[in-house]
Ligand binder design. Structure first.
Ligand code: SAM
Length: 266
């Protein structure tokens, strides 16, 4: 899809899209035949994919609870995905009744359409169409500015999104520009797909050929660089099911190709 189409909110059903493939694998309801087919092809070469997306979502929930538990009262969630209960603002509500403000951002118009209905019901949440490759346009967006005060600590969520950026998109620059906008006491919550635990080059190539965004598996050292200048909280960057688990990890945990970590700006 072209940038102009994204800006115009055009929903493209001719190619599988990351948000809809993810929704299919999670057992959601917002996907088309092309997305289901792409999801099944992914599972054929990476049988742990379904457990992987559930584990990623569970990591996001634990990490948001952690950051809000540390006193953060505003969240910038880039690469939101289709609404999936519990959504970020609902997780925050489980921790505090303080009214945590959440700005959701995604570049997929179908996420925005569903998000308008489900993620913007109160004055303390909102969703915008935005592309993480252009951090400035997100940081300066009036709806983001309405919700997020960049003089106060922010939890920035880059959960399962930077692996949709090719090296030529400069994900390191993107992460740095976003980190630089955050004041002391802020947290970066990030997860990223990897081939470190099983050779998943077939999955990477198949997904990238078909979907509207390429999948870029990265090794641990490269994922760690996205946290530069922030201090990773224990246990550091971990295979996702082992980041502060609150229930026994799934049987597939050792094969799941996702790293997750949370880091604080001191
Ligand atoms: C795998 S889903 C993750 C959803 C959610 N963060 C989670 O972890 O449960 C990735 C999301 O990132 C979005 N996305 C992909 N590339 C993006 C980009 N360049 N800018 C903003 N969002 C993007 C997709 O549309 C999709 O909704």
């Amino acid at each position: 899809m072209q940038q102009d189409d994204i800006a115009a909110g055009v929903i493209d059903t001719s190619r599988p899209h990351p948000a809809r493939i993810y929704d299919y694998l999670l057992g959601g309801k917002n996907h088309y035949d092309v997305d289901r087919q792409a999801g099944e092809e992914l599972v054929a070469v990476a049988p742990e994919a379904r457990a992987g997306v559930r584990a990623n979502r569970a990591f996001m929930e634990r990490a948001v609870r952690f950051a809000v538990g540390q006193g953060v009262r505003q969240v910038l969630d880039i690469g939101t995905g289709l609404p999936t209960s519990p959504n970020v603002h609902e997780i925050a509500e489980q921790v505090t009744s303080d009214g945590v403000r959440v700005a959701y951002v995604d570049n997929d118009p179908i996420v925005k359409a569903h998000g308008d209905a489900l993620l913007s019901r109160t004055g303390s949440t909102g969703i915008i169409l935005g592309d993480v490759r252009d951090p400035r346009s997100i940081l300066d967006h009036p709806d983001v500015r309405r919700l997020i005060d960049f003089d106060e600590p922010v939890a920035l969520l880059l959960v399962a999104v930077l692996h949709f950026l090719a090296d030529s998109d400069e994900p390191g620059r993107v992460a740095a520009e976003l980190r630089d906008a955050l004041p002391a006491g802020s947290y970066l919550v990030l997860s990223h797909a990897t081939g470190d635990f099983a050779d998943r080059s077939d999955a990477q190539d198949g997904y990238s050929r078909k979907a509207s965004a390429s999948l870029n598996l990265r090794p641990k050292a490269q994922v760690e660089q996205f946290f530069e200048g922030f201090e990773l909280v224990e246990p550091g960057l971990a295979q996702i099911s082992y980041w502060r688990p609150d229930s026994p990890p799934p049987a597939e945990a050792g094969r799941i190709g996702f790293y997750g970590g949370v880091a604080r700006r001191g």
